[in-house]
Design a protein around this ligand. Structure first.
Ligand code: ADP
Ligand code: MG
Length: 173
């Protein structure tokens, strides 16, 4: 793990994930720290682990095991009731941001819930200025890298906190 300050002084943390459970547990740890109005933007190719990470985040937000967390590839959005509303958005299928003008994105990104967005690079211009950006990269069949950026003051702190806490595997999914 390395902590570096980029041009914007937003800390950028790199983690190496050696298995899906690690990615899930990191997500869960992050989810436990999130608050209403937070936005987590996920970027990475198919199979990079965005949904696996999202499953962890959603569980960390208090959504119970009785709810299956799948990809809203066709519906674009799945909503769960956790400690607060949780919106899982997946923009894999959209080609231009104009395709989601009627989705009511405002409510999801600036409301009382937490939004986790797969393929967030496709809607980058629509994201709130402050957000967590996680870029996942496929290294080999079991290894991924996660670059975590906290953009804005709240998220700078949040990222510092989340990387300080150890990942535990006691609570497997
Ligand atoms: P995406 O949503 O980015 O398309 P998914 O999370 O749906 O990716 O799929 C990732 C796949 O890669 C899953 O089958 C998962 O089990 C596998 N995988 C292997 N190693 C890892 C890892 N370290 N982190 C996350 N997923 C991993
Ligand atoms: Mg996915």
């Amino acid at each position: 793990m390395s902590l570096t300050a980029g041009e914007s002084m937003a800390p950028s943390v790199f983690l190496s994930s050696e298995n899906p459970a690690y990615t899930f547990q990191f997500g869960k740890k992050l989810g436990m720290l999130l608050a209403p109005g937070d936005v987590v933007a996920l970027v990475g190719e198919l199979g990079a682990g965005k949904t696996t990470l999202t499953q962890g985040i959603v569980r960390g937000l208090g959504v119970g095991e009785e709810h299956y967390i799948g990809s809203p590839t066709f519906t674009l959005i799945n909503e769960y009731a956790g400690r607060m509303p949780v919106y899982h958005l997946d923009f894999y299928r959209i080609e231009t941001p104009s395709e989601i003008v009627n989705l009511g994105l405002e409510e999801y990104l600036h409301g009382e819930g937490v939004a986790v967005i797969e393929w967030a690079d496709k809607v980058e211009a629509l994201l709130p200025e402050d957000h967590v950006m996680i870029t996942l990269q496929y290294i080999d069949s079991t290894v991924r890298t996660l670059e975590i950026e906290g953009i804005g003051k709240r998220y700078t702190k949040l990222i510092e906190t989340v990387v300080r806490e150890p990942i535990t595997f006691e609570a497997q999914r």
